[in-house]
Design a protein around this ligand. Structure first.
Ligand SMILES: [Zn+2]
Length: 130
């Protein structure tokens, strides 16, 4: 349970960092005390809310495929731009964090591929029994 909460906090931290980085480079104009414009603030709060409510926190890795399913479409597009932009920067600013993330993403992709394979296998078996 504690592990899950740590993970949740970590995910929120990383997403917040990426959005701030993105806003600093991409947006001018008024920024709040955390350096976010109004649009990025809304995305930031939305992302934190999603992380709070995520039922898959135990098993997933952050920015995982799960994100794609639980974000509202327009937020999904926005967060994708942030990830695309800030992803490579993370390697420069926070190499350890970025590396850990890359490793866990690969691991998760493999796990999902394996599960899909098992499902396909089960389906094939069921079909051949009929
Ligand atoms: Zn912004």
């Amino acid at each position: 349970m504690r592990r899950t909460e740590n993970k949740r906090d970590k995910e929120k931290q990383v997403v917040s960092l990426m959005i701030r980085l993105y806003c600093r480079k991409k947006h001018d104009g008024h920024k709040d005390e955390e350096g976010l414009c109004e649009e990025c603030r809304a995305m930031h709060d939305y992302a934190a809310l999603r992380a709070d409510k995520c039922p898959f926190m135990e098993t997933k890795t952050f920015c995982s495929n799960c994100r794609v399913h639980c974000y509202r479409p327009e937020m999904r597009e926005k967060i994708r731009s942030v990830m695309r932009f800030a992803g490579p920067c993370m390697i420069l600013y926070h190499p350890v964090m970025a590396l850990r993330h890359a490793v866990s993403s690969i691991r998760e992709k493999k796990r999902i591929a394996r599960e899909e394979e098992i499902q396909a296998e089960n389906l094939r078996e069921r079909n051949s029994e009929q």
